[in-house]
Ligand binder design. Structure first.
Ligand code: MLT
Length: 410
């Protein structure tokens, strides 16, 4: 019998969203007539925009002709998409990138989960708490942590973010090597200002740390002065890797396309102190383990950047942000304390009477048939909090809030 990677045994039995799905399925089988509204997992509900559909169709037709058919593409992504990304997402914000600093992939979940492979197992990982579970779970699997003790993994530096500190993480006091930041934040829906991000870049430089910056929700930023990319901060190209995704920006959760920026100036070191470019290591990893995103999908992603595509995705984002407003204001009207939902599609609420997050999950599901996400699923500092997403349809969002306002016993 082959031995197993025992680090997997340190993890709780199931991934957060798998556990939610399991509970909802069990409830549904006992209550088949319940009209369940799902505001749990942050999955989009609006269709791909016409410009993307056109891009996909054209590419499908190309695949039908010998002259334009494509087999394996570059593992890093096609230049046509990478150049378009650089020209639209970075150049207008004063960020210059080379074409070989952007890696197209099938999703930020894969990239944020896989990136830790290019780092040594002796690195100390810092995560904001609460946070998207993939950062932590992937490091547990790799063996960079001890065991789970009272809701916290040994050897992980947790940086609590709560109402008391306005969800602004404090710089760690101990030596850390890999710092995960998610801005706008999943799950709290809050952001960090340019001044806050500058502190992090300076900290990383002073402490030889790397920032793993997840900007998957960047397109939801509404307020003018919030940076969209960590590279808007001076010096970040020496210390940060950035993850971006078409999932929430353009409805690609089922279509799968994202990209990761690894500047050639971000370095790591060997045990003996030799420095190496992380860009080279990531390129080596991707060329070995990944065969690229399908041509058809990359053409669909490129179509996001046409003038019509940009206009169309803006409308969809506006639609979700109007849902966010409905949720925020509806919950506030019954006296609940809410956060986020202004620059992000997530609303983070304080559970009534400081109720346990999973108890509130069950209450919401059984009393009003609404699915949300318990705060503790994102980390110990999520206790007493709960997340709702703005990615539902307008009708479901309105109905959900109406049910909470009129039928939930508080
Ligand atoms: C979430 O609900 O947090 C997201 O949908 C998870 C993801 O993007 O993988």
């Amino acid at each position: 019998m082959a031995s197993i990677n025992e680090n997997y045994l340190k993890l709780p039995g199931s991934y957060l969203f798998a556990e939610i799905a399991r509970r909802v399925t069990a409830f549904k089988s006992e209550n088949p007539s319940a009209n369940i509204i799902r505001l749990g997992i942050g999955d989009v509900t609006q269709p791909l925009v016409p410009s993307v559909i056109k891009g996909l169709h054209t590419a499908i037709d190309e695949m039908a002709q010998p002259a334009t058919f494509r087999g394996y593409g570059p593992e890093q992504g096609y230049d046509f998409l990478i150049q378009t990304i650089i020209d639209h997402d970075f150049a207008p914000r004063g960020v210059t990138l080379d074409i070989d600093e952007v890696f197209v992939s099938d999703g930020s979940k894969s990239d944020v989960g896989n990136i830790q492979e290019i780092f040594g197992l002796d690195n100390i990982v810092a995560i904001t708490d609460p946070v998207y579970p993939v950062y932590l779970d992937s490091n547990v699997m790799a063996g960079r942590t001890g065991t789970l003790n009272n809701g916290r993994f040994e050897k992980i530096v947790y940086m609590p973010c709560n109402a008391e500190n306005q969800f602004i993480p404090e710089l760690p006091k101990e030596k850390v090597d890999m710092i995960y930041l998610c801005v706008p934040n999943n799950p709290t829906g809050t952001t960090l200002s340019k001044a806050e991000l500058t502190k992090w870049v300076e900290f990383a430089k002073a402490n030889d740390a790397i920032i793993l910056f997840d900007a998957a929700y960047e397109s939801y930023i509404q307020e003018p002065d919030i940076p969209h990319s960590i590279y808007e901060i001076d010096g970040a190209k020496e210390v940060a890797i950035e993850f971006r995704s078409f999932s929430k920006t353009a409805g690609f959760t089922g279509t799968r396309c994202a990209y990761t920026v690894v500047p050639k100036t971000v370095m790591g070191r060997t045990a003996s102190g030799e420095t190496h470019s992380l860009n080279k290591l990531w390129n080596r990893r991707q060329t070995t383990k990944f065969n690229g995103v399908p041509y058809i999908i990359q053409r669909g992603a490129q179509a996001v950047y046409t003038p019509e595509g940009q206009q169309q995705i803006k409308e969809v984002i506006k639609y979700y942000m109007a849902n966010a407003k409905i949720i925020r204001e509806g919950l506030q009207s019954i006296g609940l304390q809410v956060f986020g939902g202004v620059n992000a599609p997530y609303i983070w609420l304080k559970t009534p009477n400081n109720m346990d997050s999973w108890d509130f999950f069950d209450k919401l599901l059984t009393e009003v048939n609404i699915v949300g996400t318990p705060g503790t699923g994102f980390g110990p500092s999520g206790a007493g909090y709960f997340r709702l997403t703005a990615f539902g349809s307008r009708e479901n969002t309105e109905q959900a809030i109406e049910r909470i306002k009129t039928k939930l016993s508080l």
